[in-house]
Design a protein around this ligand. Structure first.
Ligand code: FAD
Length: 401
């Protein structure tokens, strides 16, 4: 057997840890460079996400104790919309077999990360640049060790860009590519009700949202909507989309710093839009945060030589189809299987096959999520699109290798 190939993955979030699993399974040596100084256990920036059956099955195949995934997720077998103005509620899906589940971002990250050798990860390492060898058979990556401010060079055979929607690796190939501001930002929060299960707030919210623990609630207002569901360990996850001009990003992050004044304004507006129980929950949530929502026109390619994009770096998307994490998991699975099938000596064939399988799927999903968001935010009245999660193209049935 030939020498193992070495993959350098930039980004240690969901797409990066997922690729660390699949490339290891495909017989590669893996090194992950992540600029954050340590693993994001219970990071306050994390909130809820939805996992479809296909992504869950794949994640389980990577884990030594697959049942742990079921233990940290709750079902979302009901999909329900309420028009707050017309006071009309529609159950879009009520199906015990509608196998969609809610998870807390940091629980999923921890589950995936803890199943890998920790020596694979270099935390506090910021990717700076890379150079390809002339025949594109190897790649040299320059990284900054943040603590010592030392620059280190690392050589590998494959560079995997899992560095998120603002990917600097993507920028080297597509310097003119601009993200598309959706027209709105999202307030997000996780309300922890452990120890206060019988408080007036929790009793009120459970009375209004009786299927919490198994339902994905969408409340529609005038040119706005919110999403609400329960997570394990007594947490309630809410997201509220607000149309507004594009804010200026001050750091390399789509999460904005929130001032007292912004929070006060959000609380006041919540009172005028949402039912009192939901507005109260929003006001009592600690540390809500604000995400600026972007996506991007589908790319024409997602690999160049021995550099490949995965996750949000490959397909920045709006969150309305609850796709980002599912897409990252599927990208990783398909990439690993393609590389395993074609072998290290046929790397470009493997990458071509990855692109062929994934690019059209993620492109359709990004555009579908965009339309869902525009309809729910009152920015598109052309209609003709069902609001059900399960109508997302390739929902639970994306092609694998
Ligand atoms: C802390 C955190 C919390 C999140 N919480 C949620 C959530 O609650 N719900 C949800 O739906 N989505 C959440 N997301 C986003 C979600 O992970 C992604 O939308 C999706 O899963 C795709 O993941 P990704 O790995 O492609 O991108 P991202 O999750 O954006 O990860 C990109 C990673 O690359 C790292 N990185 C970027 N540039 C460099 C560089 N130059 N050098 C080294 N590392 C670099 C970043 O620090 C980050 O860890 C969160 C992301 C992060 C980082």
């Amino acid at each position: 057997m030939g020498k193992k190939g070495k993959a350098i993955i930039v980004g240690g979030s969901i797409a990066g840890v997922s690729c660390a699993h699949t490339l290891t399974l495909a017989g590669w040596d893996v090194l992950v460079l992540e600029k954050s100084s340590e693993p994001p256990a219970r990071s306050p920036t994390g909130a809820g996400l939805g996992l479809d059956p296909q992504a869950r099955q794949i994640i389980k195949s990577w884990l030594p104790h697959p049942h742990l995934l079921d233990e940290i997720t709750l079902p979302l077998s009901i999909d329900q919309t309420t028009d707050s103005e017309k006071k009309v509620t529609r159950v879009l899906t009520r199906d015990e077999n509608f196998d969609f589940r809610a998870a807390y971002w940091s629980d999923i990250h921890a589950l995936l990360y803890n199943a890998l050798p920790q020596t694979m990860f270099l935390w506090g390492h910021k990717f700076l640049s890379f150079t390809d060898s002339q025949d594109e058979s190897s790649v040299k990556v320059k990284t900054l060790v943040i603590e010592t401010q030392e620059t280190v060079e690392i050589q590998g055979d494959l560079l995997v860009a899992a560095d998120g929607c603002l990917s600097s690796i993507r920028k080297t190939f597509l310097p003119n590519l601009k993200l598309r501001y959706s027209g709105y930002c999202a307030w997000r929060g996780v309300y922890d009700f452990s120890g206060i299960e019988n408080s007036e707030t929790v009793r009120g919210i459970k009375k209004e949202y009786q299927d919490l623990g198994k339902c994905l609630y969408f409340d529609l207002g005038t040119q706005t909507h919110s999403v609400f569901y329960e997570l394990i360990n007594k947490k309630l996850n809410w997201i509220w989309y607000v149309n507004q001009p594009e804010p200026e990003l001050k750091s390399n992050s789509v999460t904005l710093k929130v001032s007292e004044e912004m929070m006060k304004k959000m609380h006041e507006e919540a009172d005028t839009i949402w039912i009192p129980e939901l507005a109260r929950l929003m006001k009592e949530t600690n540390d809500p945060f604000l995400n600026v929502i972007y996506d991007c026109e589908p790319l024409e390619r997602i690999f160049w030589g021995n550099v490949v994009l995965v996750g949000d770096a490959a397909h920045p998307t709006t969150p309305h189809g609850l796709r980002s994490t599912n897409m990252s998991v599927l990208d990783a699975e398909v990439l690993g299987k393609c590389l395993e099938k074609c072998g290290r000596e046929n790397l470009s064939l493997g990458l071509e096959e990855y692109q062929r399988i994934r690019l059209h799927v993620v492109s359709e999903q990004v555009l579908y999520a965009r339309r869902l968001g525009r309809i729910k935010q009152g920015l598109d009245s052309s209609g003709g699109l069902g609001l059900e999660q399960k109508h997302m193209p390739f929902f639970a049935s994306a092609p694998l290798v």
